[in-house]
Design a protein. Structure first.
Lengths: 259, 259
DNA sequence: GCCGAATAATACCAATAAAATACCAATAGC
DNA sequence: GCTATTGGTATTTTATTGGTATTATTCGGC
């Protein structure tokens, strides 16, 4: 079996890293399938064969194989053998979700940094009094920053919170949510509105684009478990340089595969 | 390992200030997460590893790590390791389902009507051939309509499908998905990109706004259970009259993540 | 100078995962 | 049917992980 030998060769190659054995093996098999060394319908060597040739326990082999079965890449039949699953698209692990700014940028291989535009306590605007439920005698904490990816300004984030939950805005580190969480004010729910707007002069200048260019505006209201509004954030993204990607899913795909 | 090393590098860098060790470390980890060096679900080096590499006590490391756990940035599992918490956004409502425009607006209590702009079979554009996987001899079905809510034009929807799944575009009624479902071609998964764009002359005229006004552009690719692309839709919404609402549930600190 | 809180270190406890061993159960081929 | 071969499972050992109690040190305010 040439294909099997190639798997073993790959395994040997990667066996220098300190990673767990079953992960190394899993990766080797996965690559063999991806490169087409073993195609859909082909049988893998038996678990015992792999185990003895690679000189590891069969349970370890099994752990690797079962991960791939769960991932839909392999199919096993009791008493028969292990086979490469018939073509079927890879089941995406991620459920419906919006990717966050930093996550998204990291995946695109960009380095992200932020510049503070504002951190301080102010008298609340009428809008802030409404949304955050403040009286005119209370103060509001405002935290604003410019998000920059690969030296290109990408977004402006302006958050408003009650001063009672963030008495010292200057102390906020790189993550606002971390600062909130550490004082026991972690939001558990949020409602987000995504719309489009033409950038005004000030925002356009910060984002280094001509005024009037289209921007993605996101308004988010975060709630505590008690239902109280804790934060209101309005962000503007450069429309020409950023887009939101959302993956949607309706139903679970069927699992049964019987030849 | 590279990510871990970068954390240590950052730690070293900031180690000149007189601040407490655990604060310096906390900031380093926070930044590493924040700029995506280690993403959600990734494991941190073990507390002992960090301690020995940074040449500080493990309890000090622990103090820093636990602060971030309390802040919801990290998640720890006894006997297993410390992991970056899954990013907070999880789509609950409108974005998590493939809702049709009609459903969406009905929920907001608006009466909706549509005007057909186009229904026909065409030779595919290069973009359509790529996305839908068509050969140049096959035909593409295009369905375009202007969506009007309460007598205000709100959106332009242009859908492209392989003619093999929609041989008679003229027969499409008020719902494209209904037509697809009846021939057993119901999409189960979609990837959606939301961006902002300045409306061109033609689209602006249709939407009855001046050219250059900001519009929400949504590109959606729908997949069958088999993984085959079935539909490609590009929609433009009036930025001043429509917005996407998404309800997000933020992750609980104790929530399961499995590497 | 004294006290207390924040900081840091030491030593030990507990949960989990990785891996191995031994055995059970289904299938294919005769 | 029987039998060799396949995947399936239960149990245990070991190393590694986070968790905790206890103690020493430093620093700031009185």
């Amino acid at each position: 079996m040439s294909a099997a030998d190639q798997i073993f060769a790959m395994l040997k190659e990667s066996s220098q890293s300190g990673a767990p054995l079953y992960l190394q093996l899993r990766k080797s098999i996965e690559e063999a399938v991806n490169r087409g060394l073993i195609g859909p319908g082909d049988a893998l060597p038996s678990e015992r064969d792999i185990a003895s040739k690679a000189d590891i326990s069969r349970v370890t082999v099994r752990k690797a194989v079962q991960d791939l079965v769960k991932g839909g890449i392999l199919v096993q039949r009791h008493g028969s053998g292990t086979f490469v699953a018939p073509r079927m698209e890879r089941v995406e692990q991620s459920l419906s979700r919006l990717t966050s700014f930093t996550e998204d940028m990291a995946r695109r291989g960009m380095t992200v940094r932020s510049v503070w535009l504002d951190r301080g306590l102010y008298a609340p605007s009428p809008e802030e009094m409404m949304v955050l439920g403040l009286s005119s005698t209370e103060l509001v904490a405002r935290v604003a920053r410019l998000r920059i990816a690969n030296d290109t300004p990408l977004a402006i984030e302006r958050a408003s919170l009650s001063a009672s939950v963030l008495p010292d805005p200057e102390a906020v580190g790189s993550s606002l949510y971390a600062a909130l969480g550490m004082t026991g004010n972690r939001p558990v729910r949020a409602v987000q509105r995504i719309s489009a707007t033409n950038l005004g002069d000030a925002d356009a200048r910060l984002l280094e684009v001509p005024p009037g260019v289209a921007g993605l505006q996101i308004e988010r209201i975060s709630y505590l478990a008690s239902g109280k509004v804790i934060e209101f954030t309005r962000s503007v993204y450069r429309g020409d340089a950023y887009d939101f990607v959302a993956e949607l899913r309706l139903t679970e795909p069927g699992e049964e595969i019987r030849p």
